[in-house]
Design a protein around this ligand. Structure first.
Ligand SMILES: N[C@@H](CCC(=O)N[C@@H](CS)C(=O)NCC(=O)O)C(=O)O
Length: 307
């Protein structure tokens, strides 16, 4: 049975914007399941086993965590409109620069400016997720240095566009555009005047942002998160058992493991290995509200611990 793509996300989430644009490039129809931007997420965590970050993609009883793996899975299922036409590997590596180094500079600039307006419960949620203080003062103090860094990193992107190409890798948008753009989308939405000031130096980035924005999000209709749970419960996971002869820890299908992100939101998700490889690990788990589901994670940026 072919199941619909369900994206569990919320409108202001920059990592979701990456996936929404990939869905746009691929011209796909999909369902938008709205999830809260902080815990509790009662219709999401039973499905993921405790993974709480945004976005999560569901296709039947297969659950894909992290934008890196969601995009990889969309590429696998819908290869015709590829977002990696110039080679499949490096755009994912680029994501570690855009999603961590550039993103942290972007976050500091945003919350150094508007952090004092953030509700207390949101701050507490993010402190629990990151294991550190949500200190607006510290972000304000870091802002001048981060503004320098942000400019330097944005400068790489401006340089790439300096021959007046339409997109970072040529005439068509690719994952390189999506990974980079997320940071500009976030800062433009959150602190538009600051973004406009920062981008005065980089008119080619402004123009490129307009072209990426114009891609849109494909065609989506909303779905209630309870309905998504019901779909997971009625479906059978697609993932098939497969050996991983090169697993560095010698892990095999059937082994019990815990999987978690290595940066923030490190919740450890328990399950039994279905398959693993250099890019992905899929684990089987059950919950009364969804039955058996297979939860998929990227390998890069995640730890896998035998349990
Ligand atoms: N590496 C993750 C990062 C995702 C992430 O940090 N998302 C933010 C929202 S854009 C988040 O999870 N915030 C906390 C939450 O939504 O509960 C990915 O690429 O999907």
């Amino acid at each position: 049975m072919v199941h619909e793509i369900i994206l569990h996300n919320f409108a202001s989430s920059p990592f979701s914007e990456k996936v929404r644009l990939v869905l746009g490039i691929k011209g796909l129809s999909w369902r938008w399941s709205e999830i809260p931007s902080m815990l509790p997420k009662p219709d999401l965590t039973p499905m993921t086993g405790g993974y709480r970050k945004t976005p999560v993609m569901q296709i039947g009883a297969d659950i894909f965590c992290d934008s890196q793996l969601i995009i990889r899975e969309l590429e696998r299922r819908f290869p015709a409109t590829s977002v990696t036409p110039h080679g499949q590997g490096l755009p994912y590596g680029l994501g570690f620069w855009t999603d961590r180094v550039l993103f942290m500079a972007t976050v500091t600039l945003i919350f150094g400016e508007i952090g004092h307006m953030v509700p207390e419960d949101f701050k507490k949620d993010r402190e629990a997720m990151s294991g550190g203080a949500f200190s607006v003062d510290a972000m304000k103090r870091a802002t001048p240095a981060m503004r320098d860094q942000w400019r330097a990193h944005a400068g790489f992107i401006a340089e790439q566009l300096s021959d007046h190409r339409s997109f970072l890798e040529g005439g068509k948008p690719t994952l390189a555009d999506i990974n980079c753009y997320m940071n500009f989308w976030f800062i433009k939405n959150a602190v538009p005047q600051t973004a406009a000031n920062l981008l005065k130096e980089f008119p080619l980035i402004e123009a490129w942002c307009g072209r990426v924005k114009a891609i849109g999000h494909g065609l989506h209709t909303s779905i209630d998160s309870k309905e998504a749970l019901r779909i997971a419960k009625e479906a059978t996971p697609d993932a098939k058992r497969a050996d991983d002869p090169f697993d560095p820890q010698g892990l095999k299908p059937g082994d019990n493991v815990k999987v978690g992100a290595d940066d923030y939101g490190k919740d450890q998700i328990a399950g039994e290995i279905v398959f693993g490889n250099a890019h992905e690990i899929a684990i089987l788990r059950s919950d009364p509200s969804v039955g058996d589901v297979v939860v998929h994670f990227p390998r890069a940026g995640f730890t896998v611990t035998p349990s």
